[in-house]
Design a protein. Structure first.
Length: 275
């Protein structure tokens, strides 16, 4: 009979537990050490002893080995220590890293260890459009998403992007465009404006929810208070057919500018959710 977790010695189980994200700051019912402990009494005791070792090694705490039944002293204290201590410098802090929301990190350590920039800086300073930054999308269906995060500022959410991933994306896009186009700031500004028009014709908007960024469908609703609202709409925006034709033609133009094979992208799916 093959061994089960309940039959393995604690030393092996401790190694297994080290791969279950014990440093996660998830709420107690969903924390990896709590979910493992909920499977059996034996694994509950193993998770408790493993937590005791983590406290002694990282927090310099040695909880007593005798505790009331059901108290789960070590696990509770370990998770509380994770949530109340900067994991980079050891100072007291309950702040989460902007780009790593599962990591407790003070403001200084977040600035020093996770260089980041705003969306505006990425667009104006580095010549990248929203379609370049927020991937995958119809223009770049195969590019992976960038590392990003949000934080609350003056009552609203501010989007931040990892500096390293933005610079990597800039190098990739500029390599596709070629040296001449990449060095032409006027061309890059026109390209960004063209991509903004593409986004409006696609009828999508990029939003970050629960730390995950996605493109969402945004319906076009004319201003009902303006009797001439429909007449002010550009012809390319007047109907679903005209918008689709505009998107198809301009995607083709952008792919050609980057030297990308049109056949490989024409039927690529778009990752979009309905808002």
């Amino acid at each position: 009979m093959s061994p089960t977790l309940d039959t393995l010695p604690p030393e092996i189980l401790f190694t297994i537990l080290s791969y279950t994200s014990p440093f996660s700051t998830l709420p107690l019912p969903n924390h990896p050490l709590y979910t493992v402990a909920a499977t059996s009494k034996y694994l509950c005791n193993v998770a408790e002893e493993y937590s005791r070792g983590l406290l002694k090694r990282h927090a310099n705490l040695s909880p007593p080995k005798t505790f009331k039944s059901g108290a789960f002293t070590c696990r509770r204290r370990w998770v509380r220590w994770l949530k109340e201590t900067c994991q980079l410098c050891g100072r007291k802090s309950t702040r989460k890293a902007i780009l790593e929301p599962g990591l407790t990190c003070c403001n200084k350590c977040d600035r020093d260890n996770y260089p980041k920039m705003t969306q505006t800086e990425a667009i104006t300073t580095h010549g990248l459009s929203k379609l370049d930054l927020f991937t995958p999308n119809r223009l770049h269906p195969t590019l992976p998403p960038l590392v990003l995060g949000t934080y609350t500022c003056m009552g609203g959410e501010t989007l931040m992007l990892s500096t390293r991933t933005v610079l990597d994306r800039k190098a990739h896009i500029h390599d596709l465009l070629g040296e001449q186009k990449a060095a032409d700031t006027n061309y890059l500004r026109r390209r960004i404006a063209a991509h903004d028009r593409l986004i409006r014709h696609m009828g999508v908007v990029f939003r970050v929810r629960n730390g995950v960024g996605r493109w969402y469908i945004q319906h076009h609703i004319p201003n009902r208070g303006d009797p001439n609202a429909k007449s002010k709409v550009p012809k390319s925006m007047a109907s679903a057919e005209s918008r689709a034709a505009y998107v198809t033609a301009n995607l083709k133009r952008e792919w050609e500018a980057m030297g990308i094979s049109i056949s490989g992208h024409a039927n690529s799916p778009t990752i979009i959710e309905i808002d």
